[in-house]
Design a protein around this ligand. Structure first.
Ligand SMILES: [Zn+2]
Length: 269
């Protein structure tokens, strides 16, 4: 399929890096075409020392950064450089990442588990915040993560996408990378869990902008060695994955339309 019709688009990423990693080719295509495309990073709140518990501190040590202020400075600089590589801008929202939300998630197994009930309000709040952003225009399309890999922050942003779909917004879910790359079974598991929440997927050919997606990903210098620890060639891992999503010789990115809450399977036509 072609790129969605021209018009404004918001690409919502839970963390600094998810959009370039997962659908940077589509962002670059839309930017090149002159669509008003913007990235929005949700969990980009200010960090203070008190928020950094044992688990967060361990994460920081893996990223080789010591103090919270430095974490934020480095990650925002990487995010801004990646947005520039894709030809768009990026806005940072003030929500704290799951690893800084008190004691809710204290290990990787909790971080990649089920979304805690008390966080559903946060999803509704996020949907509200999105439609009030200065970048919001009538007809804005919204892209959210499908939630492959089950990271609680990704699930939360997907839920915000469902709230928006229920308000009549056109919402699409992108395929979370690198989770979808290193654990192919994750997509099937997530789709089974979502049931009728999404429609049939479609692919957008990104042969013209795959290199820009790779260039944008390379901007996340502190993250690349950690997120791609399953490979020594992240460019090839991304390119091969994109290749498998399109027709022969044509790399692509895949998206699922997100359905409003309460909409039944029969409405799919
Ligand atoms: Zn993420």
């Amino acid at each position: 399929m072609d790129v969605p019709k021209p018009g404004p688009a918001l690409f919502i990423q839970p963390h600094y890096d998810d959009v370039p990693l997962s659908c940077g080719g589509t962002v670059a295509l839309m930017s090149e075409r002159g669509d008003a495309a913007h990235m929005v990073t949700v969990f980009a709140g200010e960090l203070v020392d008190e928020m950094v518990g044992e688990f967060a501190a361990w994460k920081h040590s893996r990223w080789k950064v010591a103090d919270p202020e430095q974490v934020q400075r480095i990650r925002r600089a990487e995010d801004a450089a990646a947005a520039r590589a894709l030809g768009c801008d990026v806005r940072w929202l003030g929500l704290p990442d799951a690893i800084y939300r008190g004691d809710r998630y204290k290990s990787d197994s909790e971080l990649f588990g089920s979304l805690r009930g008390e966080e559903m309000d946060l999803a509704a709040h996020l949907a509200e915040e999105i439609v009030h952003l200065p970048e919001w225009r009538a007809g804005t399309r919204v892209f959210v993560p499908l939630g492959i890999g089950a990271h609680v922050d990704h699930q939360l942003v997907f839920e915000a996408g469902r709230h928006l779909a229920s308000r009549g917004v056109e919402v699409y879910a992108y395929e979370d990378c690198p989770y979808a790359i290193h654990t192919p079974a994750g997509a099937a598991a997530r789709l089974a869990a979502l049931g009728d929440a999404v429609g049939e997927p479609f692919s957008i050919a990104i042969g013209a902008t795959l290199d820009r997606r790779l260039e944008a990903i390379a901007c996340y210098t502190s993250q690349v060695p950690v997120i791609f620890r399953f490979t020594d060639d992240f460019r090839r891992a991304i390119a091969d994955f994109a290749q498998a999503r399109g027709r022969p010789g044509e790399p692509a990115e895949r998206f699922w339309p997100v359905r409003p809450r309460g909409q039944r399977h029969e409405d799919r036509a």
